[in-house]
Write a protein of this length. Structure first.
Length: 75
């Protein structure tokens, strides 16, 4: 291991916006694969369900919603 890098150091946690954006990209990829006939409808739905079932996505959406409630935008 290179000097100065600890074995227990982890990559920084993505922001909620990055997590949501990555999930959106994976969902669009599943839909695109279906539309281009690379996968069947069941595989596409399984992919979409897998994206929606991710704990990180739920946490990111919750964090964004709570932040919006605590710090509403003024119009």
């Amino acid at each position: 291991m290179p000097p100065g890098i600890r074995a227990d150091s982890a990559a920084p946690k993505p922001s909620p916006a990055e997590t949501i954006d990555q999930s959106y990209d994976r969902a669009m990829a599943a839909i695109g694969d279906y539309l281009e006939h690379r996968i069947d409808a069941k595989a596409a739905l399984d992919g979409l369900i897998a994206v929606l079932d991710e704990e990180e996505l739920r946490e990111a959406i919750t964090e964004v919603l709570v932040d919006a409630k605590v710090h509403p935008r003024s119009n």
